[in-house]
Design a protein around this ligand. Structure first.
Ligand code: NI
Ligand code: MN
Length: 217
């Protein structure tokens, strides 16, 4: 399976199907073609282009309901559940965060925020979405055994690098990719320090991807 990072929290998984998670393109890149879109929560830097992409979109019920009202074939689900779309398994997990769908300067409640463990071709990718550190990340490791964990390190709106070091150990995935940093000055971080600290103190490998960069997992 090939994983491409588009910056912020946006990743594309390419295997038997192509899955685009959190389709927000801070670098102004053209959204890649995707069979399925997954949205972790209603904030604009995650839902992004979900309305214009018009693909089958997996999201928490409240966000799915909103997308359906825009004519998107959305698949609603909730935390703890699993659905299979075109052979790709989406297991929705907890995220400690909020969710709000902005529209016309006001908006509506997006339900809760979530993360996904996405299973395709025998590999499992955990996309944590926006979240604080929480100890039940241990359960995600225990239940799902992800091969890769995508973890926010930006701070302010999510956990920062210190908490993400603990998260990585709770989850136990052999590979971690930092996300949700450097998009704006308020979430500026040095991912190299995070990588050095985690690799010095654990057996976990950290791969820093520049926007547009891919990795085979
Ligand atoms: Ni958010
Ligand atoms: Mn965010």
């Amino acid at each position: 399976m090939e994983l491409t990072y588009y910056g912020h929290s946006c990743i594309l998984l390419k295997g038997a199907r192509t899955v685009l998670v959190d389709p927000f393109f801070p670098e102004g890149m053209t959204p890649p073609p995707a069979d399925i879109v997954a949205v972790t929560h209603g904030h604009a830097d995650h839902m992004g282009a979900a309305v214009t992409l018009k693909r089958p979109t997996v999201a928490i019920n409240e966000v799915a309901k909103y997308l359906k009202s825009k004519g998107i074939p959305a698949e609603g689900m909730n935390i703890g559940g699993t659905i299979t779309v075109e052979g790709v398994a989406f297991h929705m997990v907890q995220a400690v965060h909020s969710s709000w769908i902005e529209e016309a300067g006001i908006g509506c409640n997006g339900g809760g925020a979530a993360g996904f463990v996405i299973g395709m071709e025998g590999k499992r990718v955990y996309h944590a979405g926006d979240t604080a550190l929480f100890s039940d990340m241990k359960l995600i490791g225990e239940l799902c055994h992800p091969d890769v964990a995508l973890l926010p390190i930006g701070g302010r709106f999510t956990m920062g690098p210190e908490e993400a070091m603990i998260a990585a150990q709770y989850i136990g995935a052999p590979l971690v990719i930092p996300i949700h940093y450097d998009t704006w000055p308020v979430i500026r971080q040095d991912p190299g320090l995070f990588r050095a600290a985690l690799q010095r103190t654990t057996g976990i490998r950290v791969n820093i991807l520049a926007p547009g960069e891919s990795l085979t997992i």
